[in-house]
Design a protein around this ligand. Structure first.
Ligand code: KIV
Ligand code: ZN
Length: 387
């Protein structure tokens, strides 16, 4: 029996913090409904006290979705928690996500405080949020750089205060995967009441390690992953939902599973990208334009013989129509033959050689040869051969 990983999607909160990616409430509701269809367990819908727009979005998303927990972010402050509680009023299942900086850098230079006071305020915030009748998740901001003994003490104290989930964010994307994994392991070994809460991982991508760190956390006992569609988020972004979901699906032997309906991934990735006016990089894992495109001759030949030679994911599993064979000057005869056959032509032997030679001339000029170019080549081939 596999362990279920809760997928906590923060596209509409951490993801929407990206400059230029702001969405209207209507757009957020559309994305929230799609996230519900995708099968996420929690939608972080906004930071209600931050603006009237964010407040309204949390209200409208709470009304619009039914099979998913709706979460609102707060600082460890009374007014934040009051406003979040109000915004979540219509949620079938609501969660207040409250917290405070846990690293000495944050404690000293952000709060100008000390560990004891931070712990006290964290505990107070959890108790106060809990009194509102919602699930409570506590975040220990910058946990990736926090003193481990203090992090364990804080985690134990907020669980004792009633936190249902404790989030251990690598806020600055600083950690290395094996060390982040060890942090989570340390908490499991040193926090006495850890079995009373779910441990959550929330990783940023400043060093390109967000997904690796998230997986390290999950492999060491965390059971919730905080992610965004396409990995969007502050600075270099957050852990991407599609990567975590497909790692867990592809590596069935690690004993984990999620509720994600993977065939819906690509459609939602495109929707988020177009609504946020944030193009997906071509080589982005799972959802990039080139994620299932084969362009070199050796790869194309191997792929055409047996797709598993070069693909570990069936594109249909993530909602991508099919793999593509991109024709460039690096392509070989096998790929060219395959593509012209898709256009209804058949070439063998000398004819194929001639077509290929002429194709290379076009490819050197055009970089990528499309179907229209191929048709021109095919129809003019007798003329070219007789030259
Ligand atoms: O990165 C972070 O620490 C956060 C918290 C507010 C959860 O986004
Ligand atoms: Zn974050």
């Amino acid at each position: 029996m596999k362990d279920k990983i809760q997928i906590f999607d923060t596209t509409l909160r951490d993801g929407e913090q990206v400059p230029g990616c702001q969405l209207s409430t209507e757009e957020k509701v559309i994305i929230a409904r799609e996230l519900e269809e995708l099968g996420v367990d929690v939608i972080e819908a906004g930071f209600p006290i931050s603006s009237p727009g964010d407040f309204l979005s949390v209200v409208e998303i709470s009304k619009a979705v039914k099979n998913v927990t709706v979460c609102g972010l707060t600082r460890a402050k009374k007014e934040d928690i009051d406003v979040a509680a109000e915004a979540l009023h219509h949620a079938k299942r609501g969660r207040i996500h409250t917290g405070i900086g846990a690293s000495d850098v944050h404690i000293k230079h952000k709060f100008r405080s000390n560990r004891e006071q931070v712990l006290e305020q964290g505990v107070w915030a959890v108790e106060y949020a809990k009194s509102k009748g919602y699930e409570v998740e506590f975040y220990a901001e910058d946990a990736g750089r926090a003193d481990l003994e203090f992090l364990a003490k804080l985690t134990q104290a907020v669980i004792a205060a009633g936190a249902d989930v404790v989030n251990i964010p690598d806020t600055t994307g600083y950690c290395l995967p094996h060390l982040y994994g060890k942090r989570i392991q340390y908490l499991f070994e040193n926090v006495k009441n850890i079995d009373k809460a779910v441990i959550s991982v929330h990783c940023h991508n400043d060093l390109g390690l967000a997904t690796a760190n998230t997986m390290a956390g999950l492999l060491n006992g965390a059971r919730q992953a905080e992610v965004t569609m396409n990995g969007i988020g502050e600075r270099a972004g957050n852990t991407s939902l599609e990567e975590v979901a497909m790692i867990i699906k592809t590596h069935g032997d690690i004993g984990l599973t999620t509720n994600i309906k993977s065939e819906r991934i690509y459609g939602l990735s495109q929707l988020v990208s177009s609504m946020m006016r944030m193009p997906v990089q071509a080589n982005k894992a799972i959802v990039g334009k080139n994620a299932f495109a084969h362009s070199s001759g050796i790869h194309q030949d191997g792929f055409l013989k047996h797709s598993e030679n070069y693909e570990i994911i069936n594109p249909a599993d993530v909602g991508v129509g099919s793999s593509s064979i991109v024709l460039t000057a690096r392509s070989g005869r096998a790929a060219l033959k395959h593509r012209v056959e898709l256009l209804g032509y058949h070439f063998e032997g000398e004819e194929l050689n001639s077509l290929y030679e002429n194709f290379l001339l076009v490819a050197d000029e055009k970089k990528m040869v499309n179907d229209a170019d191929l048709k021109i080549l095919i129809t003019s081939l007798p003329v070219l051969i007789n030259k």
